[in-house]
Design a protein around this ligand. Structure first.
Ligand code: 6PG
Length: 260
């Protein structure tokens, strides 16, 4: 039975980045203390950039033994790693390079591969090797960070796409809406086996979709992929600013006191 999501509505995006960095650090310290490493899958897009820069900043740079952190990706665009649309390129600029993370602790999806399906299978093999989880076992990330698209997508699990129904593979290539670069993405079960899943969502443009995902009837999840994200045993946490949370009942009724 999946635990109810923990909703954390911050006063603004800056406070959201700081609170998410605090959680990242706490989960990292716990994982390193108990497992000797912290394995996290990162999203692309614009929202997480503030978190990445906060983690790389003076306040948090000394928070973790970064040498024990293993960086993975939740999805990647099918472009070279130095392309302006590459999730790796953005994370490298905002987080990995400032923290001088050694390349051997960064596991990027090979978006440059002319055969995305081959890149997906290679990444799947890499995950199974790094986590020591041959089939039918599932790798359990310590933390998977996710964003939310206005269309309800998360990672590169877009509405009405083939990847949504995948229940065996860890990683697949997936088509994207017209005009969007084809993608590589972790599958729903891979995400749902994480010990902690954390959405980062800001802005008015996401408010309707946040309400649909968190309070909407259980309609066809193929049209709202983020509704498929229900951890098997882990925690599900939503960090939002007031704008993104503005259509939630709890926000409208003023029940939620923004976290100090
Ligand atoms: C990507 C992300 C994607 C993103 C959402 C939200 O590769 O772009 O993985 O799922 O999280 O599209 O993006 P924003 O944070 O830019 O709104």
């Amino acid at each position: 039975m999946s635990a109810a999501p923990e909703l954390r509505i911050m006063n603004d995006s800056g406070e959201l980045a700081h609170e998410a960095a605090e959680l990242f650090g706490w989960l990292g310290q716990q994982a390193i203390a108990s497992e000797g490493s912290f394995r996290v899958a990162l999203p692309g897009g614009s929202t997480p950039q503030a978190l990445y820069r906060t983690l790389a900043g003076a306040e948090f740079a000394g928070m973790l033994d970064w040498g024990q952190v293993r960086f993975f990706f939740g999805d990647e665009r099918c472009v070279p790693p130095d392309h302006r649309d590459s999730n790796f390129a953005m994370v490298h600029e905002c987080l990995l390079n400032p923290l001088k993370i050694q390349a051997e602790r960064v596991f990027r999806m090979r978006g440059e591969d002319s055969q995305p399906e081959r890149a997906a299978r290679e990444y799947e093999d890499q995950l199974r090797q790094e986590f020591g989880t041959p089939p039918p076992a599932w790798p359990c990330f310590d933390l998977i960070l996710l964003g939310l698209g206005e269309d309800g997508h998360t990672a590169s699990l877009f509405p009405e796409t083939q990847a949504l129904g995948e229940r065996t593979r860890l990683v697949v290539a997936n088509e994207a809406p017209r005009g969007v670069t084809p993608r590589l993405t972790l599958t729903v079960p891979t995400i749902n086996h994480a010990k902690a899943i954390c959405f980062l969502v800001t802005g008015n443009s996401k408010a309707d979709m946040v309400q649909t995902v968190l309070e909407g009837r259980d309609q066809d999840t193929k049209s709202v992929p983020a509704k498929l994200i229900k951890p098997e045993n882990g925690r599900l946490i939503w960090f939002m600013d007031p704008a993104a949370a503005s259509e939630l009942t709890i926000a409208k009724q003023g029940i939620v006191s923004h976290e100090e």
